[in-house]
Design a binder for this molecule. Structure first.
Ligand code: FAD
Ligand code: FAD
Length: 466
């Protein structure tokens, strides 16, 4: 006989969406069970946001030290190039992952959430069976929150296996590949490709579109392209991927003809798709929207009492969107009136340099038929950027605002260490800020954030430091 559980709330998936939904439900006194096949944390903690940012940090530090080995303007002298113990770097990264996963486990316990470890399969919208190490557990709940997340998209000509790897394997390589080919210059491929280049791999990037990060405009991505060039990364744009030839070389169709690429590892990062297979979604009677489960502005699906959040429920597939939706759904189940209608879900690309995007790009405003003005303040004119050796990378803060009432529609930045500006940008948009508000916020000196205030002043026609 399987063990039978009848909680008020059942959460499937312990990633950012699911674990936050479960913690909040527990905090609100709802009897809650969370199911995940793995330890808590999901893609984000176990093989996404956190391990990638750890590797990126380590790679940046290594590159800085390596850069100090030769002649350098800061006047450092070190005896020679640093040596890399890559296994130790990966172990350090694993330590952070372990700590955060354990932290999530602790938070779930404190909120009195019962965690069931195993794969869930639904037989109808409210009932599933989980195969656990101790035998099957049958769970029926009043409310089901689906947060199954997403998986890497594979190319049919280049399936994962052998030297062809996804981001998950790239984050736990046993050794640094000597030659790495990255297929797909989206944010994941660029972040990991750049990190591995900094650690010493020879990197080639192959992208089908005519631009890296094709969702973003040329101006915003140009500093990253310049870095790739300076760092000796080979970039093939507008290139079509074939399969591996008999000698395990990657066949690429470029503008100048077919090109075989030698590689020790081929990292395929051509996008992610929601995980909708293998757990009985078809038995639940939900509506779909493209590859995603269709939801309304409260994350309700077509089935009463079944909710979907995070990567399963649409773009943008980002952790903080899952956090926000998870907490909201728990609060709605507990009786609160909530809607998911953020002014913007900001995004960061942790490349070299970093890119932050909040709200509308200039092209988005044009496409929406809004008469908008764009003001760009360069980091070359920002004191803090210069002290961080960041003034020369072509970075800037850009504000897109309505011409009629000067309301800010979008703020973007590209430059070294700009990631932390995302909070100010998101907050400005959430508050419905106009140029005047941002221009007259007294920004601390010397900080990169001053460039946001200056960009707003520039929008008003009178920047002070330009
Ligand atoms: P997930 O985190 O994917 O979690 C889903 C969980 O559900 C998994 O643990 C899975 O095992 C479990 N599960 C699924 N089905 C079942 C089932 N039937 N039974 C039991 N368990 C099940 N986002 C950012 O915001 N910032 C970043 O810097 C960032 N970097 C990233 C870097 C990489 C390399 C990758 C791959 C992703 C990155 N992301 C980043 C995206 C981020 O990881 C996802 O948006 C986020 O994890 C989605 O959360 P989720 O809760 O929807 O699902
Ligand atoms: P993507 O970012 O989708 O990039 C994949 C790249 O691979 C693309 O450049 C594509 O042209 C290329 N490619 C595809 N097939 C091939 C091939 N056969 N050969 C060569 N190249 C190929 N979602 C939205 O809906 N709107 C947004 O504006 C948006 N912005 C985002 C911004 C950021 C900073 C982040 C982190 C995510 C954003 N997302 C957005 C969500 C994003 O689509 C998903 O998280 C996920 O698909 C990104 O994973 P990826 O880097 O592997 O793929």
């Amino acid at each position: 006989m399987p063990e039978i559980l009848r909680p008020r709330v059942l959460v499937i998936g312990g990633g950012p969406g699911g674990y936050v939904a479960a913690i909040r439900a527990g905090q609100l006194g709802l009897d809650t069970v969370l199911v995940d096949a793995e330890r808590p944390g999901g893609t984000c903690v176990l093989r996404g946001c956190i391990p990638s940012k750890a590797l990126i940090h380590a790679a940046g530090k290594f590159a800085d030290i390596a850069g100090a080995a030769g002649d350098n303007p800061l006047g450092f002298a070190i005896p020679g190039p640093p040596r890399l113990d890559f296994a130790r770097t990966v172990a350090w990264k694993d330590g952070i992952v372990d700590r955060l996963s354990a932290g999530v486990t602790g938070l779930l316990a404190r909120a009195k959430v019962r965690v069931v470890t195993g794969w869930a399969r639904f037989t109808d919208a409210k009932s599933c069976t989980v195969e656990t190490a101790a035998g099957p557990v049958a769970i029926t709940a009043e409310h089901v929150i689906l947060a199954t997340g997403s998986e890497a998209v594979a190319l049919s000509d280049l399936p994962f296996g052998g030297k062809v790897i996804s981001s998950s394997e790239a984050l736990s390589l046993p050794e640094l590949p000597r030659r790495l080919v990255v297929v797909g210059a989206g944010y994941i491929g660029l972040e990991l490709g750049i990190a591995l280049r900094k650690l010493g791999a020879a990197v080639t990037i192959v992208e089908a579109a005519q631009r890296i990060l094709p969702r973003y405009d040329d101006a915003l991505t140009r500093p990253v392209r310049r870095w790739l060039q300076r760092a000796g990364v080979t970039l093939h744009l507008g290139a079509k991927i074939g399969g591996l030839d008999g000698e395990e070389r990657l066949m690429v169709e470029t503008a100048s003809g077919p090109l075989p690429l030698e590689a020790d590892k081929i990292l395929v990062t051509v996008g992610r798709r929601p995980l909708t297979n293998g757990w009985g979604l078809e038995a639940m009677g939900l509506d779909m929207e493209g590859p995603f489960v269709r939801i309304d502005d409260q994350c309700k699906t077509a089935m009463r009492g079944v909710w979907a959040i995070g990567d399963l429920a649409g773009e943008p597939m980002l952790a903080h969107k899952g956090f926000a939706q998870g907490a909201m759904v728990a609060e709605i189940i507990a009786g609160q009136r909530r809607h998911f209608d953020p002014a913007a879900v900001a995004a960061i690309v942790f490349t070299e340099p970093e890119i932050v995007v909040a709200g509308m790009l200039p092209d988005d405003a044009a496409a929406a038929g809004i008469a908008a003005a764009t003001a760009v303040f360069p980091f070359a004119a920002n004191g803090r950027a210069l002290t961080l050796e960041a003034g020369g990378d072509g970075g800037f803060v850009r504000i897109v605002s309505r011409r009629d009432d000067q309301r800010i529609l979008g703020i973007q930045a590209v430059g070294r260490q700009v990631a932390e500006l995302a909070g100010e940008f998101a907050h400005a948009l959430a508050m419905g800020t106009v140029l005047d508000d941002l221009a007259h916020t007294v920004h601390v000196h010397p900080t990169l954030g001053e460039a946001a205030g200056e960009a707003a002043l520039l929008g008003l026609g009178h920047a002070l430091h330009l």
